[in-house]
Design a protein around this ligand. Sequence first.
Ligand SMILES: Nc1nc2c(ncn2[C@@H]2O[C@H](COP(=O)(O)OP(=O)(O)OP(=O)(O)O)[C@@H](O)[C@H]2O)c(=O)[nH]1
Length: 755
Amino acid sequence: MERSTPPSLIVHKTDWKAALLLGVAICLLALACMNIIQRQSSLAGLWLPTALLIPVLFHHHFRQWLPLLCAAALGIAAAHAVMGTPLTHYLPYLINNLIEASLSATLLRRMLPAQDPLSGLSSWVKFLLIAVVFCPLVSSVIMMLFILHIHSPAELQSRFATWFMSEAVAILALTPLGLIYQRGYFTKNLTSKRFFELFLTLILTLIAGFLALKWLPYTFAFITIPLLWCAIRLPRIEAFIIFLSMTLMIALLHTSGIITVQPHTTVQIPQGLIFLPLLLILMPANAMAMAMHSLRTEKSHITQSENRFRNAMEYSAIGMTLVSPQGKLLQVNKALCHLLGYEADYLTTLTFQEITYQEDLGKDLTLFRQLLDDEIQSYTMEKRYLRRNGEIVWALLAVSLVRDEDHNPLYFISQVEDINELKHTEMTNKRLSEALHEEKELLHITLNSINEAVISTDRNMNITFMNPVAEKMTGWTEQQAQGQPVNRIVLISKGPDGPMIDNLMQFDINENLHSSVERSLVLHGHETGLFDVQLAVSPLRTLKDEPIGIVLVLQDVSKSRELMRKLSHSASHDLLTGLANRGSFESSLKKALNLTATRQQIHTLAFIDLDRFKAINDSAGHAAGDELLRQLSALMQEHIRNSDRLARLGGDEFALILFDCPMEQGLITVQQLVDKINAYPFMWEGKMYRIGASAGLTQICNPYVSASEFMAQADMACYTAKRNGRGQVFKYEADQKTATAHAPHSSQPPQTGRE
Ligand SMILES: Nc1nc2c(ncn2[C@@H]2O[C@H](COP(=O)(O)OP(=O)(O)OP(=O)(O)O)[C@@H](O)[C@H]2O)c(=O)[nH]1
């Protein structure tokens, strides 16, 4: 049997106090037993020390037994010492007492629960068989072994009976009390009134017992009556106290000779069995006390359980009702009355069918019948009840059936939980969810049909949604992109070859709006190429303003940006020749001046004017003039560096900046250009024409001189070149405000005209 030691009984250290008390108590009991009862025999007729030792050992852990057994041994030894018994005489008996108590306590600990060892009749019977019958028999046999050699068979028989009876009666009288006693019982339970009652009952019982023993015939039959009366009336501990008191009184009266327990028969009862009647009256009394205890415990359990159920029902926040098998409401609680708006008295005159909403009654009745027919153990359903004021209220009904021992239905227990609000909220939620679904659908359709790419992310910047345009532009399907970091899917740079934008969240939309066309945002699609895009990044936030992700809107602006590029190009370039125009050239000139200021670079500025160009127009037509301008532009462009800047200022006038180029080198380069133009054979409609060019140069080396001043200087040098016979290159002389000719390497300029 599984033993659970109650906390109060767990002793971790040696309980010296208990051992001392035990030793003293056993010494006194042994003295009493030896003094009062020992008369004709060397064995006492009633031996209480073992009866006390058994429950003490029972309530202590095995580890505590040694000091307790020692204390008990010392107590018995002390009593014998007082009585003057030699050690050799009593030592075997003492050891036998200790063996018997240990065996009995061990078996009882195995067979009985620790918390309440004698809780009912069955545990008492176990106690009886172990402690009152078996163990005393074992110790009697052991005792016989000690004295076999010294006594005659008749005396052995008598001693066997005396030993057994003295142990059995004492254990039956005292040990149950020790087993069931719990520390603090009397202080907790025995009020002065109850103590007085106990005392009175004890006195009356003892007097009744004494009178029966002294004067009535069938002595023990009459003694049983007050004992049974005590067993029925008193709690078991108090009944056991009276049984013990009665036992002690009878033993005392008998040994003192006031009464005799010897029956008035001719048959002489052996001395050893003199207390056999005591054993016989104690057993039914004990059994009755135990039966009554069980009955009281059971009654208390039932009362408690009833109280619990009544309280649970009455104070439950959920409506509860007991319903008869016919459907009548037998008992209802406050919560149900409140839910349905009826008085309890009126509600109990109705049936559940009468308060059920008609549409829900069919299902309820079906389940009700299934429960009655034992097809199901219980059922729950959502149903509507009709309130007294005609309102309909939603409730969650849970029904179970209580049956009697013969399995006949007694009543239903129904729990009715108010779910009215929940139900209405559910309906509202359903409507909301439908509306939400519609909104979502609408949103999806809108997002699918717009021309912008829309991409949303979660708070960890992982993609959660992409519309079809986004799929097309990024080159990823929504399924592939979902859960991927947005930076892996949406690759955006500033300009086609510019740096990538690492953090889209930090992206400044204003910066994008004001950046040049070249630095505008470009989306790098996965195998879909580059897209000029306009990007808008918006954070997604909850109602509590907590960030939950971002939404990217990418607009493909490739076409408009191409148009802008064209517009920008035509604004800065000459339409006929494709060279830079005057405005653009002036910007380049400012740039050159900046470089001079910041890096001390020297540049050469040249003015080139075609000679006698008018004659081509006049002789071959304007279209020929245009074509010649185009060809000469291309010719000049071919012979300068990419870093140099050639512009058509208007008519047949060109300007050239040779960046980071000193005058000497500039003169050589421009002279080569003039020579090329002079030698250029222009074919038009099968005829060849020749023209020439004059050029004026100046050096940009002073950042404090204005751009227009440099232009004027170059213009002046060019003018001088023209005036000096055309086809020449002149450089501007700063100190003299004049221009000087550059020694030409080539031949004289050709005469314009058809060859
Ligand atoms: N075909 C054509 N002719 C132009 C264009 N712009 C200006 N012209 C003409 O180019 C000529 C320029 O005049 P000038 O510089 O005096 O003519 P030029 O014959 O080169 O005279 P010099 O420079 O003194 O040698 C004018 O006849 C203009 O009508 C153009 O875009 N296309």
